[in-house]
Design a protein around this ligand. Structure first.
Ligand code: GDP
Ligand code: MG
Length: 597
């Protein structure tokens, strides 16, 4: 295709503002999906995506569209909308020349609208502002058109009004994409350079790599090279999605499509990497490649220890389609054999554990999420601690660095007080407060990541009746007054309960855990002290009193079968018991203490 007739664009929006619905509508209007084949969220392929209504993996689809008798190829690139996947969002944006900025006409601008808009502007994309859901009775397009115009400049009347649901305005929107989004430019006779913006594992075809051609051409059967690793592969199939894969004779400047090389692992075809010809490689890779770094860590353990091999296989399998997932074997006194897993963020963690449960039928227990701390001891050795139980104990601690994020919170102005209070309690520092439009405020904070990985978003939602929205991005590290709190049973630390917390919160954490355990652990033949400690210093204590009577005492002289049943039952229970020193703890107690219920 002549690059002059190509338009590459994406839709950026806050979650639930209707991106998937609009994308579906475009597939219908351009005729590439017949009405009878239409199902909701056609492009969101993973079941979990459809159920949660979120887009995890981006997809590209090519649609024909005629303007003034000329046919254009519109490549729509779907981007994930969640903060955990902002690296993938930014790669998808880099594959486009324009972006539809989609805003719910009954909600207005939200935090992810802004975050995605800034990413789009950084990538020099042409922005097409659009208000969606104008069919809703609560829609107030006039008000929000002003809000958008105030944000990006221009005239409120230039903001298109559409309904992805009814289809109203969508044809005009496609025309506008052709008129406003610049055609791609590239050097046709240069060595090939294509940017990988997505890489999806398919159990039948292996890895399907989605690329945006920048320079040159890629042909079927050609040998290609990945510029970050220099690894070479042969192209077995090359084509475009429309929306089902259609092989083509190659991809040229500005085109968007897929290639299949037979590799089985997405790590061999990484998002952000540049593909070139192996015989005639380009001298420079396209800018922007980085390895996504896990920011949230958690231990994942099978509840039934014999499921450990199944868990390992399941993680191996998920890793094929998720380059950002990390894991390594780990053992815990309380929980047995499991894995320490690294995730991009909390949603990523939830998605993975959900898939493990659902697709592999595993019963799992996950430990409280933790962030990576850089701990430097007095002798100037620095270690990265992703598991509190690895916190250095021998030497004195010189400094602990914790990851910091810069967060943007949008909410109606009435909730400013509640939001400030919450951020304060999470050790946040306010950076700015700005009015967007008449009654909406954007608060910018820096916050320790460790303070927001745990129930921050839920708290924010409940304190603002669901009106606040949040987006954040990593903003380096800062020293924190952090300590490791251990929980001890009869003087022995239970690894799964150790936590790294701020000094001012250590007492609250220790007391809460000690009380929980006192209620959950059954009485033993002897008294069991439960203590919370920072190093050798005890900060909280509880105790489980000794059992008063032998359980069999009441059976003396009584029914022998009842007595046997009781013994059987005790034996049964023993299997699920973990020994911590001399103390027998049912595994359920650990699980309940970790999940907080
Ligand atoms: P996404 O998260 O941005 O992909 O949003 P979805 O496309 O999943 O839509 C979120 C919700 O808004 C769904 O319940 C849709 O049915 C609804 N929705 C999307 N577009 C429209 C629209 O134009 N009008 C109305 N009334 N509802 C819409
Ligand atoms: Mg969606």
């Amino acid at each position: 295709t002549d690059p002059a007739r190509i338009r590459n664009f994406c839709i950026i929006a806050h979650i639930d503002h209707g991106k998937s619905t609009l994308a579906d509508r475009m597939l219908g209007i351009t005729g590439i999906v017949a009405d009878r084949d239409m199902r909701a969220q056609y492009l969101d392929r993973m079941d979990i995506e459809r159920e949660r209504g979120i887009t995890i993996k981006s997809q590209a689809v090519r649609m024909p569209w005629q303007v003034d008798g000329e046919t254009f190829a519109l490549n729509m690139i779907d981007t994930p909308g969640h903060v955990d996947f902002s690296y993938e969002v930014s790669r998808s944006l880099a594959a486009c020349e324009g972006a539809i900025l989609l805003v719910d006409a009954a909600q207005g601008i939200e935090a992810q609208t802004l975050a995605n808009l800034y990413l789009a502007l950084e990538n020099d994309l042409e922005i097409i502002p659009v208000l969606n859901k104008i069919d809703l009775p609560a829609a107030d397009p006039e008000k929000y058109a002003r809000e958008i115009a105030q944000l990006i400049g221009g005239d409120p009347d230039d903001v298109l009004r559409v309904s992805g649901k009814t289809g109203m305005g969508v044809e005009d929107l496609l025309d506008r994409v052709v008129q406003r989004v610049p055609a791609p430019v590239g050097v046709a006779d240069a060595p090939a350079r294509a940017m990988i913006f997505d890489s999806v594992y398919d159990s039948y075809r292996g890895v399907v790599t989605y690329v945006r051609m920048v320079d040159g051409k890629l042909d079927p059967r050609e040998r290609i090279q990945m510029m970050s690793t220099k690894a070479t592969h042969e192209i077995l199939e090359i084509g475009v999605s429309s929306p089902e894969p259609k092989p083509t004779k190659g991809l040229g400047v500005g085109e968007v499509g897929y290639l299949i090389t037979g590799v089985k692992d997405v790590r061999q075809s990484k998002v952000g990497d540049t593909v070139t010809n192996s015989a005639k490689p380009a001298s420079d890779a396209l800018p922007g490649y980085t390895d996504p770094l896990p920011m949230v860590f958690s231990g994942i353990y099978p509840i039934d220890g014999s499921d450990y091999p199944v868990l390992r296989e399941a993680l191996d399998k998920l890793k094929l389609s998720d380059a950002a997932l990390q894991y390594e074997p780990e053992t815990s006194v309380a929980l047995g054999f499991g894995f320490r897993c690294g995730f991009l963020g909390l949603l990523h963690l939830e998605i993975i554990t959900e898939r493990l449960r659902r697709e592999f039928d595993l019963d799992l227990i996950t430990t409280a999420p933790s962030v990576p701390y850089e701990v430097t001891t007095e002798d100037r050795k620095t270690v990265t601690v992703t598991n509190p139980s690895e916190y250095p104990t021998g030497a004195k601690i010189h400094e602990v660095l914790e990851p910091i994020v810069s967060a943007s919170i949008l909410a109606p102005k009435d909730y400013v007080g509640a939001i400030m209070e919450l951020c304060q309690s999470r050790r946040g520092t306010m950076k700015s407060m700005d009015y967007l439009g008449e009654d909406r405020v954007e608060l910018k904070y820096t916050l320790p990541l460790g303070e927001i990985v745990f129930d921050f978003f839920d708290q924010l939602k409940s304190k603002t009746q669901g009106y606040a929205s949040l987006d954040y991005e990593p903003a380096g590290e800062a020293p924190g007054d952090l300590v490791k709190v251990d929980i001890l049973l009869q003087g022995e630390a239970v690894d799964a309960f150790s936590a790294i917390v701020h000094k001012d919160k250590a007492y609250a954490y220790g007391t809460m855990m000690a009380q929980r355990l006192r209620e959950l652990i059954p009485r033993q033949q002897f008294e069991v002290p439960i203590q919370a400690a920072i190093g050798a210093r005890i900060i909280a204590r509880e105790s489980i009193r000794a059992m008063r009577k032998d359980v069999l005492a009441k059976c003396y002289g009584g029914d022998i079968t009842r007595k046997r049943k009781l013994l059987e039952k005790q034996k049964e229970g023993k299997k699920r018991m973990k020994m911590v020193g001399r103390v027998e703890v049912p595994q359920e107690a650990f699980i309940a203490a970790l999940s907080g219920d």
